[in-house]
Design a binder for this molecule. Structure first.
Ligand SMILES: Cc1cc2nc3c(=O)[nH]c(=O)nc-3n(C[C@H](O)[C@H](O)[C@H](O)COP(=O)(O)O)c2cc1C
Length: 183
């Protein structure tokens, strides 16, 4: 996904839950005095804030989202608002993590980053992609084009709406919509 997005000239920052070790949720990032927040939390906040959208890649744990991913997502709030997300799941078996996918849709909607209609579940990931992330099954190279075309459409449309003059001074917050007219 990182490579596919970079080939489309996007700037991509990978937020790996293993690389950014956040504590088990106690305080959300917004509840810290910024100078007291754990550095990894501050870093992730900055990355999410700068992004125009989120491609969320998830395994499936007990038919849902891995706890480490949910924990990371739950630490943040305003960073997500009015930006789209796109869901990628994978599994070793035939179902491609679709049960985690369904759960993720409702989590991301609640966070304020609704997911695009298409999703990208990968079944038998160990034989679908090699260790460098290159597709062994060619169908994935075709699917990713349509998937990212759709994601880009939403990311561009929402970025345009967020950046319009009426909204420039203060980023809109949930239930306090910027009511400017899209030009
Ligand atoms: C606690 C636990 C529950 C799991 N539940 C599922 C599951 O419901 N469906 C599935 O396809 N795989 C399940 N798996 C397998 C993981 O999705 C698989 O090991 C995956 O590669 C883990 O990716 P990660 O190492 O990046 O977290 C489970 C693994 C663990 C440890």
């Amino acid at each position: 996904m990182v490579r596919a997005l970079e080939e489309r000239k996007h700037s991509v920052t990978l937020v790996d839950t293993e690389a950014f070790q956040l504590p088990m949720l106690d305080l959300m990032y917004k509840e810290y005095d910024p100078s007291d927040a754990p550095p990894a939390m501050r870093d992730v906040s900055g990355i999410l804030e700068a992004a125009d959208g989120f491609v969320v890649v998830s395994a499936e744990y007990n038919h849902s989202v891995p706890a480490a991913l949910k924990n990371l997502l739950d630490h943040f709030q305003s960073e997500y608002l009015y930006k789209p997300s796109a869901i990628v799941t994978y599994s070793a078996g035939p179902f491609g993590g679709v049960r985690a996918l369904v759960n993720l849709r409702s989590i991301l909607a609640e966070l304020g980053t609704p997911s695009i209609p298409s999703a990208f579940p990968v079944s038998r990931v160990q034989s679908a992609f090699d260790n460098d992330g290159q597709a062994i099954e060619q169908a994935y190279n075709e699917r990713v084009v349509k998937f990212l075309d759709e994601y880009e459409w939403y990311a561009r449309a929402l970025a345009k709406a967020r950046k319009q003059d009426h909204c420039a001074e203060a980023a809109p917050t949930q239930q306090s919509l910027c009511r400017g007219t899209v030009e």
